[in-house]
Write a protein that binds this ligand. Structure first.
Ligand code: SF4
Ligand code: SF4
Length: 205
């Protein structure tokens, strides 16, 4: 049996410290709980020293550009771990809101798994109110009626590709599975995520 001298508490304390340092170094707001591609890399040595195996899935860096689904959804792992609930804008709303990014580490560290939350953070899902994200979407990719909602990922992606042609300063947002850039620019929008009640907090909490 592998000796794991590291405890969950010690690891969490280390991660919290790492995040504070990262935020300070990169001058980012506390809403960015885990935005860190290098996070896992930074922790591999720590985990390895304690006989723990850990890795980040390469599948996380790309997605299926026909079906428009990811091969490895950090958000869904975060949901399963109990970090938040999905809004009708298709974003995961955590206690710090939906303007966050995630990463995930696969490990054989023996820790107690989290559980999906029982509460509902999205106001529309909670009581049929809000809908601010629907009104901010420029393509009607988000729709909702009678308590149900729909996200048309193809409508959404159409404007992301258009935006990528206009915003090329930062290069491609994603890569192919071989690591090569697959877009001329940044495939971004996110209007449904900012200036809405769930941007920086969990309104339904
Ligand atoms: S803006 Fe309102 S309706 Fe849209 S996801 Fe956030 S809480 Fe839900
Ligand atoms: S990212 Fe933009 S186009 Fe896509 S659902 Fe949000 S607001 Fe609509």
């Amino acid at each position: 049996m592998t000796e794991t001298a590291i405890t969950k508490k010690a690891l969490e304390a280390h991660i919290a410290s790492f995040l504070e340092d990262y935020r300070a170094a990169h001058d980012i707001a506390p809403i960015w709980r885990a935005p860190i591609a290098g996070f896992a890399d930074a922790h591999h040595p720590l985990l390895a020293r304690h006989g723990v195996r850990a890795a980040v899935a390469q599948a996380a860096s790309t997605f299926d550009r026909e079906r428009l689904v990811s091969h490895w959804s950090h958000r869904h792992f975060a949901y399963l771990a109990g970090l938040g609930t999905f809004g009708i804008n298709n974003m995961l709303i955590t206690r710090s809101g939906g303007c966050g990014r995630y990463t995930s580490v696969v490990t054989d560290l023996d820790i107690t798994p989290g559980q999906p939350l029982e509460t509902e953070y999205c106001l529309y899902k909670k009581n049929g109110k809000c809908g601010a994200c629907l009104r901010r979407c420029p393509t009607a990719a988000l729709t909702a009626a009678d308590g149900t909602s729909h996200y048309d990922r193809h409508k959404c992606f159409a404007i992301l590709k258009k935006n990528a042609e206009a915003y090329q300063d930062f290069g491609s947002s994603y890569t192919n599975e071989d690591g090569r850039a697959n877009s001329v620019g940044s495939e971004v929008c996110g209007k449904c995520t900012v200036h809405v009640p769930c941007a920086l907090r969990a309104p339904g909490a």
